[in-house]
Design a protein around this ligand. Sequence first.
Ligand SMILES: C[S@@+](CC[C@H](N)C(=O)[O-])C[C@H]1O[C@@H](n2cnc3c(N)ncnc32)[C@H](O)[C@@H]1O
Length: 330
Amino acid sequence: MSSLTHQPVLLAETLELLAPAPGDVVLDLTAGRGGHAAAVAQIVRGDAATPGHVVLFDLDAGNLAAAATRVRETGCAVTAVHDNFARVDRHLREQGRRADIVLADLGFASTQMDDPERGFSFQHDGPLDMRYDRGDTTTRGLASASAARLLATLTEAELADIVREYGEEPLARKIARKLVQARADGPIESTVRLAQLVVEAYGGRARASRVHPATRTFMALRIAVNEELSALRLLLDGIARAAERVDDGGWLRPGARVGIISFHSLEDRLVKRAFADIRARGLGTVLTRQPVTATAQEVQVNPRSRSAKLRAVRISGPGSPGTEAVRDDT
Ligand SMILES: C[S@@+](CC[C@H](N)C(=O)[O-])C[C@H]1O[C@@H](n2cnc3c(N)ncnc32)[C@H](O)[C@@H]1O
C-alpha cells in the first residue's frame, strides 16, 4: 500500500447502516486520510436548498488536512477540528451544530504505520514516538508523552500491566523485566531496539510465535501513549449524554446514527456496553445484533480489516417511540 493511501474498512457496510442522506450533518471523528468522509460527503453534500456538512476530527494534523481536502473536492462544506474526539461536545456546542451521523474508525491510519518517523512500526527503524498528535498535546490531546518517555519513566509493574492488558501479551512480565534491565544501560529510543529487546525476552519461544514477538508490545504501547481507551470512554459518555438531550439542544439530532469501528476486544466491549446501555435506557435502538465484520474478500485486499468490528446505534431520545430492543448475543 502506498504511503499516501489508507483504504477505508467496512465502507459499504458503514454506508448501509448509517444511511447518509442529502443535507445531513456528518461527524467523522477519526478523519484519517478521508476515505470514509469523502464517500459520505458525496451523498450528503446535497444542493443549495439542502446543503450537507462534514465535520472532521483528527489528532494528526497532516491526516486532518488531507481528509479536509478530499471532502472539499466533493463539493461538500467541511469544518476541520484538530483535537481529540473526547472533546466533541465542546466543539459542536461552539459551532452550534447538531449531527445526523457520527462515525469513529478507531486507532491508527496505515499512513502513520508506514512512516518511520512516527515510530509505530518495527518494520522500519525510527524514533519511538507513537503519538497521533505530535503538536502541543498538553493542550489538545489527552496524551502528551512519547513511547520512549513511557519506557523511560514507568515502573516495571506499570509496564507489565500495560503490555499484558492492552497487548494481551502472555510474556508481559518477562518483557517488562527485560526493558527495565536494558534501560539501566541507556534509554530505549528506537523501534528496532525495542523489537530486539522483546525478541530477547522471548528467547527460544520467539521461533514458535505466529506473529513477530514485538507485535503485541507495540500495540500496547500505542494504546497507552495515546490513552486510547480513556478517549473512547469519554466519547461514549458524551454520546449517552447527547442522547438524553436530543429534544433539548444536545449535539445529536433525533434519529442520529452513530457507528464505531474498533480493532481491539477491549474497545469493542466498551462500545457494546455503551450501546446496550443506550437501548436499556430507552434512548435508542441498537442496529447491529452482532458486530459487522469484513468479508473474506475485503480481508484479502486489506488485511487490517481482519479485526475490524462495526457496531451502530440509532438515537431516538428519552420517551421516543421506536426504541425496541435488539438483543446482542455476542
Ligand atoms: C483508522 S484511521 C481513520 C481512517 C479513515 N476512516 C479513512 O477512511 O481514511 C484513525 C485516525 O484517527 C485518528 N485518531 C485516533 N484517535 C483519535 C482521537 N482520540 N481523537 C481524534 N483523532 C484520533 C488517528 O490519528 C488516525 O488518523
